[in-house]
Design a protein around this ligand. Structure first.
Ligand code: KIV
Ligand code: ZN
Length: 537
């Protein structure tokens, strides 16, 4: 029998030690529950001695989060351990996690103690913790910069004292995969020599790893440790934590799952990973939202671009067969929606895929015309190309002649230093109903202008929503043109987009708004009819 991998999450303790992060009780509780649903085995809820707030949060989590073991951190002293126990004693499965540094640097400069004293403190801390709780984890802080023989001595002593999980932290993110492998292997062998082989095999005794990311190696080091015999992995969601952070658990989990073939072969037995991977992205987003730490777009697994394909060749490959450029199905980690994003490198395959998934049928000539217009009108002027801009091109090809509205005149007044609000007046020629004139008052000149247009065309606030609006400059210096993009939504849920270009950004915005409205009305009136047939040119 071989033990499953235990995932120990310290988002609420080491993660909360990230600079600038402070979670309130409600947020900690919500994250704790999300971690439990994800299938995390051990949640380190906090370091109770550090503040009454931390104590309360650990206590609350211990009482309310069911399923995982709830751990509390304590230095190797009586007070810390007693307070940690007070905080977690209400848990279904409590764990005291006690630690002391074992490296000479820490002993000399921080603890100001000799090796024998530290060995004694470690042993006593474990014994005391065991009086309260049968599940005791011991961490040898700065293990990777410790003398190996001394580290092994401490490990053997705390195991003898009754600790059931022995954590070997790379506290300062100093080790590299091959070295860490050797260290863990060295310790496994020492434990086997001391008669603990069976305990290691059946999971009664575990070597654990806890890697920091100072050299960007936290995940690689953790994986290397598993190959050497570690069966508990510590880390955080999104890899948050002290300095450069901790090993990102979602990356460790997905590496083990995706390369299960490799790990199982190397280990000589089937690796067991019991995590509900579909909860990874929602949990990651919850942690990011509550900690205020954004996820970098190119972050593995949970970054916004982790499964986004923009280049034409890649898009073509993924549309034909997902596995050409994807090693993980994005849905398996909780992503929803299409991975194909429109961008300046998108080719015909991506355009066809997008339009077809919105219900359009068309022949190659139509696709070629869409492609040309996309290249000329959109791709170099927008940074983010919503699908509506692409659909707008298709509508232009078939419906432009029936577009109703044209801006014939406009005046917008915005005065600095006045209490009067910006004011706009527009005149629009409506092919069906003739000339329409209206005014608008807004928070800014563009808002006033949009209100005037909406009123002139009879849209109420509830019948038209502005979903997206952005302005950019095309070109540089005083010759630059303003380029405006808008996305609007009708009360029926139909969305269209429009682009407008002009030296005057208010006029560019008005052009974009009117274009979107023209497309919206055409789509409402003729969309169903057009979608019912194959479009040809
Ligand atoms: O990085 C570290 O060494 C720690 C220990 C307290 C486990 O966080
Ligand atoms: Zn740490």
């Amino acid at each position: 029998m071989h033990p499953k991998i235990v995932f120990f999450d310290t988002t609420l303790r080491d993660g909360e030690q990230s600079p600038g992060v402070s979670l309130n009780l409600k947020q900690k509780l919500e994250i704790g529950k999300a971690l439990a649903e994800l299938g995390i085995d051990v949640i380190e809820a906090g370091f109770p001695i550090t503040s009454p707030g931390d104590f309360e949060a650990v206590k609350k989590l211990a009482e309310e989060v069911k399923g995982p073991t709830i751990a509390a951190l304590a230095r190797a002293n009586q007070k810390d351990i007693e307070v940690a126990w007070e905080a977690i004693k209400g848990a279904e499965k409590p764990r005291i996690h006690t630690f002391i540094a074992t490296s000479d640097i820490h002993l000399k400069y921080k603890l100001k103690k000799g090796r024998d004293q530290v060995l004694e403190m470690a042993r006593e801390a474990v014994k005391l913790a065991l009086k309260f709780c049968p599940d005791v984890e011991f961490s040898a802080e700065d293990a990777t910069r410790s003398d190996w023989d001394y580290l092994a001595q401490v490990v053997l002593e705390v195991v003898k004292a009754g600790a059931t999980t022995i954590n070997i932290p790379d506290t300062v993110g100093y080790t590299v995969p091959q070295e860490y492998f050797r260290l863990i292997r060295f310790l496994v062998e020492k434990l086997i020599d001391a008669g603990y082989e069976e305990d290691l095999k059946n999971g009664r005794l575990r070597l654990s790893v806890h890697c920091h990311n100072d050299l960007g190696l936290a995940v690689a080091n953790s994986l290397s440790a598993i190959l050497a015999g570690a069966t508990q992995i510590e880390g955080t969601i999104n890899g948050i934590g002290e300095r450069a952070g901790n090993a990102a658990l979602e990356e460790v989990v997905m590496a083990l799952k995706t390369r299960k073939d490799f790990f199982s072969k190397e280990l000589g037995y089937e690796l067991q990973v019991d995590i509900d991977t579909r909860k990874i992205v929602p949990t990651s987003q919850l942690v990011s939202q509550y900690t205020g730490m954004p996820i970098q777009p190119n972050k593995a697994i949970v970054g916004a671009n982790a499964f986004a394909h923009e280049s034409g060749i890649h898009q073509h490959g993924v549309i034909c067969e997902r596995t050409t450029y994807e090693i993980i199905n994005p849905e398996d980690v909780g992503w929803t929606g299409s991975a194909i994003v429109l961008g300046k490198h998108s080719g015909r395959h991506a355009l066809a895929f997008k339009l077809r998934s919105r219900g359009w049928k068309f022949d190659d000539k139509v696709l070629q015309e869409v492609f040309e217009r996309f290249r000329n009108e959109v791709k170099d002027v927008l940074r983010k190309i919503d699908d509506e801009y692409l659909e707008g091109i298709l509508l232009d090809i078939f419906l432009e002649d029936s577009y109703r509205y044209a801006l014939t005149s406009s005046q917008v007044i915005s005065v600095f230093g006045s209490s009067l609000r910006p004011f706009a007046q527009v005149e629009i020629e409506d092919k069906k109903e003739g000339k329409k004139v209206s005014i608008g008052i807004g928070n800014g000149p563009i808002d006033a202008a949009f209100k005037a247009v909406a009123r002139a065309l009879g849209y109420s606030e509830s019948s038209l929503k502005l979903i997206d609006f952005h302005i950019d400059a095309l070109g540089g210096g005083s010759e630059a043109e303003g380029i405006c993009g808008v996305v609007v939504e009708s009360k029926e849920g139909l969305r269209t987009a429009g682009l407008g270009k002009d030296g005057d950004i208010v006029i560019a915005s008005l052009k974009a708004f009117l274009k979107a409205l023209n497309r919206l009305e055409a789509l409402k009136e003729k969309g169903e009819e057009l979608k019912a047939k194959e479009l040809t040119l």
